[in-house]
Design a protein around this ligand. Structure first.
Ligand code: ADP
Length: 590
């Protein structure tokens, strides 16, 4: 039912693809960097020539001033072009990162809603914000600087060869040894880095759990063990870095010590050649000075290999989201036949699994247009999963879900959103005013229309009683309202949206019977003239439903009116009597 959207390619190839619109800017930045780096090498040439002039006994002041001016101008040129190069590459990079973020955000609108709900919000936020930022170093710095810094040693060595090939060769003698040490440093890189990522994720989860659960933690006096869990995760994370650094430090220090020691080869060999009369002393001085210019840019270039490897991991994580299977839906822009005014819902042979665990095993179910259908069943029987499939949050693995006789896959996402409103237990409210939260249901609604919808649902009074009425800001995810109040605001939002089909996952519990009654009143106003599917946790509220469907173990066991089921379905009868018994006991206790 779902269409794959996998693109292959190595991480760097994908990065190359994502930055394609800005390749021109990157090329410009590399060219500017090359000119800049050439400017950084020229002072070495000037210094070499000045030493040669000294050795030759030349005394013209103008000559030295000229070389100094040349060196200063070259260096100025380096600073200027380096600045221009990094500015251009940053411009290209921030545009690329913004494009990647938009890609991920657009993708999230196309993957099953259930995937978004099931992925910890911290993970997706992390990918959209921190991970995307992690690309910055590589793209903005590595592209121009690595290219140009690799070019400089090549130019210097070529120049050395033009002076004396033997000196050129010995000046390179330390590089293979240094490279071997660097190779050792990078050994098992993936596994070292993977360990820091894993311990970092464990620490994030422990932190989120500790902070979010602080209320429960305090209530049950579990702070010590929860804190312990977080602090162990933090220690493990630190340990993974310490171990990795200990491994790297030895080899990187060794490489740092060996590689720049070009004079170790150049001086003795050069002196021998000079004493054998095969080399002019001036050439030795010039070659020795130049050989000192090989290593610094090379080391600068090498330091980017580390970030390249890291960015590979980041790109892999971003690609993980971008490669998620998309839901098959008609294009939003497509001209689609309109559905009937109040469509019904039909499920036929629906099977569905979370990962490898099948939780619906072939469900057939039809909800007549304009009727009220209640899903009941023990906890974990599959009611919420059915509701989510009806709302198109997931697609079934087998079988079909149809709305008004049309398979959901043939509807566009917008059409589905217009037709079906899903009001769940965890209805999300944005950290904005109640007015704006309700208006999400229909963005062009006027304030008066928002209030009218609230009145129709019997919520106007409770909203007006809040500190700032409709302008009350509800806090992150609606945190400043009670569960019942949140669901009532979500019901008004659905009312304003005016979908002909409502799927309501009743809240399992309300803090007080009054808000329970108010939510029920809001629902009964909301459903007039619509198709309603309600997951009922309190069976007393659904005895008047047109049809009650008993779900158990991922299958529909029975369906009918309350009276019919009381007659024919032992499971329903048992559940109803248990529920009524509990309710009566509660009432007696009051
Ligand atoms: P109900 O609404 O009747 O309580 P659900 O539809 O929530 O039942 O759950 C049906 C089964 O699917 C249960 O075994 C539950 O543990 C499992 N389940 C529900 N949601 C998920 C999920 N997001 N990931 C994995 N398993 C899930």
């Amino acid at each position: 039912m779902e269409t794959p959207s996998r693109e292959g390619g190595s991480p760097l190839a994908r990065l190359y693809e994502w930055s394609r619109p800005y390749h021109g800017l990157y090329l410009l930045s590399v060219l500017l960097a090359v000119v800049g780096v050439a400017g950084s090498v020229l002072p070495y040439v000037a210094a070499g020539n000045m030493v040669v002039a000294v050795l030759q006994g030349r005394r013209e002041l103008g000559l030295y001033v000229g070389w100094c001016a040349f060196a200063a101008a070259s260096y100025g040129c380096y600073v200027l072009f380096h600045y221009a190069s990094t500015s251009v590459s940053h411009l290209a990079t921030f545009r690329t990162i913004s494009a990647v973020r938009r890609l991920v955000a657009t993708k999230l609108a196309r993957v099953p809603m259930g995937y978004v709900l099931d992925t910890p919000s911290g993970t997706l936020k992390n990918i959209l914000v921190e991970k995307a930022d992690g690309i910055e170093t590589v793209l903005a710095h590595a592209v121009p600087e690595m290219t140009s810094n690799l070019l400089v040693p090549v130019v210097v060595v070529a120049y050395l060869f033009s002076l004396d090939w033997r000196l050129a060769l010995v000046s390179l003698a330390t590089l293979p040894v240094g490279a071997l040490a660097l190779g050792q440093m990078m050994r098992d890189y993936e596994s070292w880095y993977g360990r820091t990522v894993r311990t970092g994720n464990e620490m994030s989860s422990a932190a989120v759990e500790y902070v979010n659960g602080i209320q429960v933690i305090k209530a049950f006096g579990r702070s010590a063990s929860s804190y312990e869990k977080f602090s162990t995760a933090a220690r493990n994370h630190a340990r993974s870095y310490i171990d990795w650094m200990a491994h790297c430090q030895v080899w990187s220090d060794l490489a740092l010590a060996i590689m720049p020691a070009t004079l170790v080869g150049v001086l003795p060999v050069g002196c021998m050649l000079v004493s054998a009369g095969q080399l002019a002393p001036e050439t030795l001085v010039l070659a020795a000075t130049l050989s000192l210019g090989i290593f610094p840019p090379l080391y600068a270039a090498l330091s980017f290999f580390d970030s390249l490897a890291q960015v590979g991991t980041i790109v892999g994580q971003i690609s993980g989201v971008l490669d998620e299977r998309e839901q098959r839906r008609a294009d939003d822009g497509a001209v689609l036949p309109a559905l009937e005014d109040v469509p019904g819902i039909e499920l036929s042979g629906v099977r569905f699994s979370y990962g490898d665990v099948e939780v619906l095993h072939g469900v057939d179910l039809s909800v007549m247009p304009g009727s009220v259908c209640a899903l009941v069943g023990p906890s974990g029987s599959g009611k919420s999963t059915l509701a989510r499939l009806m709302a198109g949050y997931w697609d079934p693995d087998a079988g079909t879900v149809s709305l008004g006789g049309r398979n959901l896959t043939s509807l566009s996402a917008r059409q589905l959103a217009d037709e079906v409103a899903y009001v769940s237990q965890e209805c999300y409210l944005f950290n904005d005013s109640i007015m704006e939260n309700i208006r999400m249901g229909r963005p062009d609604a006027t304030d008066a229309e928002v209030m009218e919808a609230a009145r129709l649902c019997g919520c106007h009074e409770f909203i007006m009683a809040l500190d700032h009425g409709y302008q009350t800001v509800v806090g992150d995810a609606g945190g400043h309202l009670s569960g019942g109040e949140r669901q009532r605001v979500a019901i008004v939002r659905a009312m304003l949206h005016d979908s002909p089909v409502i799927i309501l996952d009743e809240a399992t519990a309300y803090t007080d019977p009054e808000s329970e009654a108010q939510v029920e009143a809001a629902v009964s106003r909301l459903i007039r003239g619509r198709t309603l599917v309600v997951i009922a946790h309190r069976l007393s509220t659904i005895t008047t439903a047109d049809r009650i469907v008993v779900v158990d173990g991922g299958l529909v066991r029975a369906s009918g009116t309350h009276e019919e089921l009381m007659e024919e379905c032992a499971l329903y009868r048992r559940m109803y009597l248990t529920h009524r018994g509990a309710r009566d006991e509660a009432q007696e206790g009051e």
